[in-house]
Write a protein that binds this ligand. Sequence first.
Ligand code: FAD
Length: 483
Amino acid sequence: MKKVVVIGSGPGGSSSAALLASRGYDVTLLEQNKFIGGKCSSYEENGFKIDTGIHMFARGPSGPHGIVAKELGVDQPWLIRDPSETMWMNKNGFWYLHQKLASPGAIKDMAVATITRRQTINVLNTLRRSLKSFGLMGLAKELDGLRRMNPGIIQKYDDMTVRDFLLQFTDDDRVLAAMNCLAMLLLVVPYEQASAGEFMDSFIGIFTCGTLGVPRGGAIGIPRSFLRAFTRDGGKLVLGVAAKKILSKDGRVTGVLGSDDVEYPADVVISNAGLKQTVKMAGPKNLPSEYVEYVDGLKLSYSWMASKLFLAKRVVDLKAPSFFPIPEVDPDSIFKYCDVPDGLPKDPFLFGPMPTEWDDTLAPPNHQLIMVGVPTSCEVDQEERSQKMLDIAERKFFSFFPEVEKNLIAKSRITNKDTNRITRKGTGECIGLAQCVGQVGSNKPSPKMPLEGLWAVGCDAGARGVGTEQGTASGMLVASLVS
Ligand SMILES: Cc1cc2nc3c(=O)[nH]c(=O)nc-3n(C[C@H](O)[C@H](O)[C@H](O)COP(=O)(O)OP(=O)(O)OC[C@H]3O[C@@H](n4cnc5c(N)ncnc54)[C@H](O)[C@@H]3O)c2cc1C
């Protein structure tokens, strides 16, 4: 039987390990932390169960997490709310995102917003611009292709930025600002860098499935359910042991040297540590120099940091369980502060999911848990700046909901430093490689690395999608390629 060593228990590592164990492989999983899940994890504080990240899961049970859980035969309950998002659109007030864009509730909310806020002129302008770009038949074909998620159309847009894609249809600042924010939310890359193909795949995928949600009990439920199946099927889970070195001989892997100085023999090594770290562990000399150079040049995603606010009682009651205020800033400038040394946002875009609005078991009875996230670059050496950004983010959130500040029992913050404490990569990116033009679709790094028996899994390799779903989709792909 082939021996497999998987390095890392993020969504990519835990799904590939569990699928291979269920298919009869002899699998050992080494995880450097004493806990599972990587960036898709949760912890407990003050009686609250909190995600280390600020998680929402784009396609919930219909996406890769649900598909893997089904194949493994493990139960993972999901919680779904409709509408799922409350967006604050400044002069245009609240907008609600429904699970299905064309559901009766979504159409009613859109009609009310359009009529009461006199959006007709912009609709006409958008139509005029779209017709100029495509012509009548071309526009109908384009919209139909996008609606059907036609792979040809998605691929066509892989090498165009989200910004350029949108400008074919509209120059309405409110639409551009909202879409720049959504690109930062879904792909964690600003819209002038993010790939339109990748964005459309993620964005349309959400509304096609209509099951955006959270796993009951927090994000850790996803890797935990995979690893339940893994140990059930004979997989060996080793916590607190880092892979120090990927061993190879005559151009093929032979095993992994752990931080416990034990050699774990393997015919196949699957690394969830990220491409850059995996090259280091395998030894750049054991890989073609042009490949090492290529990996070195790959760009990482931006990041999110968050304040987790523990409240004495439930004080925010919105129609949808998360709150996104779109900044009142020129659309192209929203995230410029991220790349400026010491840059701080004047009016930040916030990601404000309220986990207890889905799952009241995450807090003591009648308490509320709120997360306030703000995007940033992926550097880890800017802690003072990070804390200032979170101060600004909290102030903005409190300006909408003053009762939150008054009922705050405690708070805990996650910055890039904490994300790096989990991954130990020396960087704090949220996703892995940036889903930007040149790094997605046919240009996405292959999971097969140029050393026989070595595979990369997770957000750096082979798949598309939003955050954790990309990791698990990569796990499915690698498990099928290996087996
Ligand atoms: C603040 C924040 C908010 C986020 N919000 C969302 C969201 O709303 N929705 C969403 O879908 N995604 C979100 N994400 C992104 C999501 O968490 C990641 O995309 C996903 O976890 C990446 O999965 P992965 O399989 O690539 O690996 P990771 O989760 O990065 O896991 C890698 C694992 O490998 C282990 N490892 C690394 N090196 C070694 C080694 N040498 N030896 C042993 N083990 C090793 C690490 O300890 C870790 O457990 C968020 C992330 C952050 C940080």
